[in-house]
Every structure is written in structure tokens, then in C-alpha cells.
Design a protein around this ligand. Sequence first.
Ligand SMILES: NC(=O)c1ccc[n+]([C@@H]2O[C@H](COP(=O)([O-])OP(=O)(O)OC[C@H]3O[C@@H](n4cnc5c(N)ncnc54)[C@H](OP(=O)(O)O)[C@@H]3O)[C@@H](O)[C@H]2O)c1
Ligand SMILES: *[C@@H]1O[C@H](CO)[C@@H](O)[C@H](O)[C@H]1NC(C)=O
Ligand SMILES: *[C@@H]1O[C@H](CO)[C@@H](O)[C@H](O)[C@H]1NC(C)=O
Length: 341
Amino acid sequence: MYFLLFLVAGLLANSLGDESDGGKAPRFPLNDGHSIPAMGLGTFLGFDENGQKESKNNEVENSVTWALDAGYRLIDTAAAYRNEDQVGQALKKSAVPREHIFIVTKLASNEKRDVVGSLRKSLERLNQTYVDLYLIHNPVSFTPDEKAFEVIDYLDTWKGMEEAKTLGLARSIGISNFNTSQMERLMEHCSIKPSVLQVEVNLNLAQNKLLEYCKQHNMVVMAYTPFGSLFERDDDAPLPRVNDPTLVGIADKYKKTTPQVVLKYLAQRGLVPIPKSVHKNRIEQNIDIFDFTLTDGEMQTLSKFNKDYRVVHPSFWQEHPYYPFERVDTPKPDPFKGIKE
Ligand SMILES: NC(=O)c1ccc[n+]([C@@H]2O[C@H](COP(=O)([O-])OP(=O)(O)OC[C@H]3O[C@@H](n4cnc5c(N)ncnc54)[C@H](OP(=O)(O)O)[C@@H]3O)[C@@H](O)[C@H]2O)c1
Ligand SMILES: *[C@@H]1O[C@H](CO)[C@@H](O)[C@H](O)[C@H]1NC(C)=O
Ligand SMILES: *[C@@H]1O[C@H](CO)[C@@H](O)[C@H](O)[C@H]1NC(C)=O
């Protein structure tokens, strides 16, 4: 009798399974017992000629609202995006229960002297008592006024992250833009292992080595800038573009769009892509990828677009000792227009 009850309960739990948060994406387990939705909404608005773009006319609030309505359950923000308040507004107004939503924010590179204090400020802007995931945005650090580099050992910053988790202000903790040797050093010295790495991954940047390292350490990888150079990027950026014949061929077969094929490719690699859009139809389109499966051959074909090419390559920070990427001969100008002005 009891056995039967358990059986029925088990079957029910299974059939609800991934849908238990009411969203469109399944969830992946994290190494600390929590789970993360397999796709999320990005909220960084990028740059224009005046520097970092600000959210106008509640652009970000609307995007988050449309995303939650469309079945997204993960929202990716950061103190540096200056839009946590807008995310907070959307969360406050949404009918989706808080416990079904996975909120990610990040420790700004000029706020590392007091990690818990910085997170408390983010929580205030988000109007939340906790976030699901707090990330060190970048191993590089600046002075609070952002006018100069500062060398703060990320091992010290990590101690603050561990405290944030212990206090329950962040359910899970992780890192972003760390390279393999930095992760190795962190793993050797930490008490709590990071649960997540957020880095750029797309068709032009496969990150095979980094992904292998994360797999060995039971870390989930969030793929930022998942579209790479698919849309309006530099002319000299590698292919494919959105109308690429190979992508169109695969998309037509499944009655999907090429952006959907790209996101599906990343999802099938076990990544959590976080595409950004401020358009309702695109937000809805981007998460509508959980009803088809690419073949092994198609995955292989898509993997051949890899060029180890970064869209996000902040070479203007490359003089910092903790700069994580390849250094170049002529660094780009700083679009943030703050550092070392
Ligand atoms: N940790 C880090 O250091 C870091 C760095 C970069 C990014 N990120 C995170 O990752 C998120 C995504 O990266 P990203 O914003 O750089 O690039 P992305 O998501 O790869 O691309 C965003 C661009 O694609 C367009 N787009 C989105 N869906 C589309 C569709 N279905 N059809 C046509 N165009 C579409 C968007 O335009 P519209 O908005 O006009 O629709 C926008 O111009 C960011 O928002 C941020 O949350 C983190
Ligand atoms: C959320 O905002 C309201 C005011 O609108 C405030 O009273 C409340 O304390 C805030 N909650 C959190 C968790 O910050
Ligand atoms: C990784 O980051 C360190 C800085 O901590 C840097 O010295 C090293 O060159 C980086 N490795 C690669 C492969 O870029």
C-alpha cells in the first residue's frame, strides 16, 4: 500500500520533473545541492558613443516581465549593469513565485573591498532578501572610484563570497571570466568550491579546455554572448552570420530560426545560454528550443565554426596582473570610459 503510494508520488514527481518551476527550460543540478534553469535572460544593454547604455523607458523591467511570462526562470544581471532596480520591479510585479525564479547578480570589480556589503546593496536594489547565484564578475579589480587598477587577490574576494553563502544572502556562489590557471589556484585554496563559471561561449568560441575543466570539477557553465558574431558585430569577425546557408538548412529542417539553432547547440553541450533581448518576440523565440534535438552530425557541423575568437575581449584591462585573456599588441580603447581617465 505504502509502496504504491511512493510509486505514484515518484511517478508524479518525475512527470512534473523539470516543469516544477513552471518554466520552459529543464534544470541542471549544482554541486551544492541547488539547481539552475538551463537557460536565462541576459540584461546587459551594451555601449553606445556615450559609453555604457542606460535602461530607458523601463526597457529592462519590460524584458524581464516578458521573459517570466514566456517561461524564463533565470535572470542574469550585475551591479555593473546598473539595472538591478529594474529587475527588482519586474520581480515584484510578477505572478511567478519567487522560489521558482533564479536570480543571478555579480560583484562589481570596484566593490571588492567588502563583498557582503556589496551584495547587500545589490539585494536592496533588487528588493530581495537573497539571490540564487552571486558571481565575481571579473578577476580584475579597480579602486572604488574606478579611476585606477587595484590588485585585490581573488582568493581574498572568494572568502567574502563564501561568507555571503554562509549568511544565506546567496544560495550559490561562482565566478565569471576566470581562466583555467586562476580556477586551479582558487580550487587549491577555497573552502567552498564555486558552483558556476560564466564565460563567453558561442559558435566562434568553443572553450573546449575550460569546459572540460569545469566538468571535472562539477561546475555548470553559463554561456554569455551566446550569439557571438551572428548579428551586427565587426565586419572582420568570423562567420557565421544569421543568414548562413548551413545554419538556415538546419533551422528549416526543424522549422526553427537560426538563433534558435545556435542556442540549441549550446544547450546540447550542457551549457546555460543567457541570450539578451529587449524585444518581446525575440525573448519568446529564444527560449522556444526545448522541443527538438540536433543530431550528432549537426552538432559536429556546428562545432566546426570554432575559431577561438572572443567578442568580449577587454584588452584595455590587459595591464592588470589578473587579466584573464590573451594580451594583444594594440589594446582597444575603454568603452566604460572610467578606468585610468
Ligand atoms: N559575465 C560577463 O562578463 C558578461 C559579459 C557579457 C555578457 N554577459 C551576460 O550575457 C548576456 C548575453 O550576452 P550579450 O548581450 O553580450 O550578447 P547576445 O545575447 O549574444 O546577443 C545580444 C544581441 O542579439 C540580439 N538578439 C537577441 N535575440 C535575437 C533574435 N532572436 N533575433 C535577432 N537578434 C536577436 C539582441 O538585440 P535586441 O536586444 O535588440 O533584441 C542583441 O543585440 C548579457 O546580456 C549579460 O547578461 C556577461
Ligand atoms: C522591498 O521594497 C519595499 C518598498 O517598496 C520595502 O518596504 C521592502 O522592505 C523591500 N524588501 C526588501 C527585501 O528589500
Ligand atoms: C590566466 O590569468 C593569469 C592572471 O591571473 C595570466 O597570468 C595568464 O596569462 C592567463 N592565462 C591565459 C592562458 O591567458
